[in-house]
Design a protein around this ligand. Structure first.
Ligand code: UD1
Length: 318
């Protein structure tokens, strides 16, 4: 099935959403973005390039959401408050932004007869399942309000497919990183925070002993998975891991970044582990390969290089 018509990207002013929007525009689609700019930024919109419509509104604003969905064929649902520690501190806020917003979107999409919705799910759903790599058949075991909220969204998607025939695909992202990931909040993803610290000559903070591991996935691979999920005839109704398929510890990650930035002198400060933190994470990407023909094309080191280059040109460097 070829992508055509109008695509709506929720959270399109955010990190992953802005990359998806850019890729869709490049493919000649008409793109609309809805974002309340709570965690997204106008500067990300400026980096997208090309033409798109922007609606500055929350998904909880029913009238704005209905307007955003007019004539839409496919939705890429990226809007969320994507942080484990922030969800631990403010669970209600996460519930509204992840659960209630997804529910409202599914309902509005059903009314507007949208064909397909691709949902940004999270690897946090697996929690501390001891087996690695984590495959979609495993029982979810959320450890934080964020993980639970993202999981509820997945279930809603599956049910809207089964009950109402809205085609949904849930992509479980594994620790996405890359250009435009905001490093400026204490809740920001670890790669963006490490790069910002090193580039400013500050000591990076490590929560715990640094031996926890993650499957860091460069954003371009996640965009590829989304485009493929939009077109795949066999992915509907499935939950699919989107990762790089290899993991590194935070200590190893920091060593690599120190070399790439030339800041081998900066030693980390170790702090208490974060509540809700998962110990190890690694994706089994067999299903993504089978159902989507997904293959990561940008590995960790190349992704880190590109992210550092972007950071140097970004407003965060000034
Ligand atoms: C989790 C999810 C991920 C989701 C993300 C949303 C898992 C395995 N992954 O990421 O799919 O997209 O939430 O935010 O659950 N850390 C430091 N120093 C820092 C910042 C973080 O040591 O300055 C540590 C954290 O304690 C954690 C690791 O780095 O152990 C990664 O943290 P982060 O980048 O915030 O992502 P996750 O919470 O793993």
């Amino acid at each position: 099935m070829r992508l055509s018509g109008i695509a709506l990207v929720t959270g399109g002013a955010g990190f992953v959403g802005s990359h998806i929007a850019a890729a869709l525009i490049e493919r000649g689609l008409r793109v609309r973005i809805i974002d309340d700019l709570s965690t997204g930024h106008r500067e990300n919109l400026e980096e997208i390039g090309g033409d798109f419509d922007f609606i500055h509104a929350s998904l909880l604003d029913e009238a704005a959401l209905d307007r955003a969905l007019e004539g839409v064929e496919i939705v890429f649902h990226q809007a969320a408050i994507p942080s484990v520690p922030r969800s631990v501190e403010k669970p209600h806020e996460t519930h509204r932004a992840c659960v209630e917003a997804t529910f409202s979107l599914l309902e509005a999409a059903r009314r507007r007869k949208v064909r397909r919705l691709i949902y940004a799910a999270s690897s946090s759903a697996y929690g501390d399942q001891p087996t690695l790599p984590k495959s979609e058949e495993m029982r979810p075991d959320p450890l934080s309000p964020y993980a639970a909220a993202k999981l509820v969204g997945e279930y809603y998607c599956q049910v809207w497919t089964r009950t109402y025939g809205l085609e949904t695909v849930a992509l479980r992202y594994f620790n996405v990183f890359g250009p435009r990931q905001d490093p400026s909040s204490p809740y920001s993803g670890v790669i963006s925070r490490f790069i910002a610290a090193l580039m400013k000559g500050e000591r990076p903070l490590i929560f715990g002993d640094g031996e926890q591991s993650r499957d860091f996935t460069y954003v371009e691979n996640v965009v590829q998975a989304n485009l493929k999920a939009a077109e795949s005839p066999s992915a509907v109704g499935y939950v699919i891991n989107v990762g790089n398929g290899c993991r590194v510890t935070l200590n190893q990650l920091l060593e690599a970044l120190k070399k790439l930035t030339g800041r081998t002198d900066l030693e980390p400060e170790y702090h208490q582990p974060r509540p809700g933190d998962v110990r190890h994470s690694l994706a089994d990407i067999t299903r993504a390969r089978q159902l989507l023909g997904y293959e990561p094309t940008v590995g960790l080191e190349e992704g880190l290089r590109r992210t550092i280059e972007w950071w140097k040109r970004s407003r965060y460097a000034r």
